[in-house]
Design a protein around this ligand. Structure first.
Ligand code: SF4
Ligand code: SF4
Ligand code: SF4
Ligand code: FES
Length: 346
């Protein structure tokens, strides 16, 4: 358990703890862009630089493990100048798109630019221009806004185990690529969107559905399957416009494609709200009493002609446990068949 002193405060931390994590334990803020607490460190953005006594140059705190007796200073005029220059360099090749960007108000890069008061571009030069838009159904990939922090690549590999994207090319041409630069074709879990610190990755379904400040957030449980991930519904004008998950929940903010992007059914006009009976090729709205009488009559007919196993029941993972328990009880005890199933697919 080495002891480290950060900005004059000393703490004992487990061996292997990075300077950044030790600073977090002391509630000392250090700006970061490529760091994510659930991913292995990358050390790519250089924003988290600190001074360590005895080392003649600033070092990245997210990749430097604490050693016994280390003395760290997280903020000096020189360090802040360097951080500001790093940000200016990143922003020198970034579209001035905050006014219409989906992430404005919820963007780490924008927040840092505000904090460091960056208004002008001192490093005007060549810009990356990518006109092609990815044709996949869920994720908008606006790579001109990509700062090459690598979080999306790491989450796809280390958390999702898919490896659908990686760094391609070299130097100025570096870019997050799919194989052969085809349209993204993956699990569409959206973990990459969740960890992206800029507007480079956003949900296509979210586009122009409202700024975060106008959105009410409600924490709930995903209704899709029995795993029961914690989700946060983002609601605007009584409509769910986005689903996210918080990092401090048991599912650590990770979701699958159904939980993250499969919410359109909630406000679908195709949703059945009243019972319908088809007569002469047309659906007619009827009362629940009439519908249940009709169902009982038809099920009795089938059972007496072909036996109970000619009947099967499909329930839904979007019902509660209690509802599904009652449904299987109805199938087994009242109808007499074990043909009960459900489908949780999107
Ligand atoms: S990604 Fe962030 S900084 Fe870039 S345009 Fe969007 S809101 Fe602005
Ligand atoms: S959506 Fe999921 S599987 Fe697809 S690239 Fe992103 S993290 Fe990988
Ligand atoms: S797409 Fe987002 S998460 Fe991926 S490297 Fe670019 S900025 Fe980082
Ligand atoms: S956060 Fe440490 S280098 Fe990016």
């Amino acid at each position: 358990m080495p002891k480290v002193t950060i900005d004059g405060r000393t703490i004992e931390v487990p061996t292997g703890t990075t300077v950044l994590d030790a600073a977090k334990m002391l509630d000392i803020p250090i700006p970061t862009l490529c760091y994510h607490p659930k991913l292995t460190p990358f050390g790519g953005c250089r924003l988290c630089i600190v001074e360590i006594k005895g080392i003649p140059r600033p070092v990245t705190s997210c990749t430097t493990p604490v050693s016994e007796g280390m003395e760290v200073t997280t903020s000096t005029p020189q360090i802040e100048d360097l951080r500001k220059t790093v940000l200016e360099l990143i922003l020198s090749d970034h579209p001035n798109d905050c006014m219409v960007c989906e992430r404005a108000g919820d963007c780490t890069l924008q927040e840092l630019a505000y904090f460091y008061g960056i208004r002008e571009n001192r490093f005007a030069g060549e810009r990356r221009i990518y006109t092609k838009r990815d044709g996949n159904p869920f994720i908008e990939r606006d790579l001109e806004k990509c700062i090459l922090c690598g979080r999306c690549v790491k989450v796809c590999d280390e958390v999702q185990g898919v490896g659908a994207i990686d760094f391609g090319y070299r130097g100025f041409k570096s870019k997050i690529c799919t194989p052969y630069e085809k349209d993204l074709d993956c699990e569409f879990c959206g973990q990459c969107v969740a960890v992206c610190p800029t507007g480079a990755l956003t949900g296509k379904l979210w586009a122009f559905k409202g700024r975060q400040k106008d959105i009410k957030e409600i924490d709930t449980v995903c209704p899709y399957c029995g795993t029961g991930c914690n989700i946060t519904l983002h609601i605007r004008r009584n409509e769910v416009v986005r689903v996210t998950s918080r990092e401090d929940t048991w599912n650590e903010g990770w979701l699958c494609v159904k939980g993250r992007f499969g919410y359109k059914f909630i406000s679908s006009s195709d949703r059945l709200k009243k019972p319908l009976i088809k007569r002469n090729g047309q659906f007619e709205e009827v009362s629940w009493d009439k519908a249940l009488d009709y169902i009982a009559e038809k099920l009795n007919d089938i059972k007496s002609k072909y036996g109970a196993d000619a009947i099967g029941g499909l329930s839904s993972a979007r019902c509660t446990n209690e509802e599904n328990y009652l449904f299987q009880k109805l199938m087994r005890a009242a109808i007499g068949t074990n043909n009960v199933d459900h489908c949780a697919r999107l």
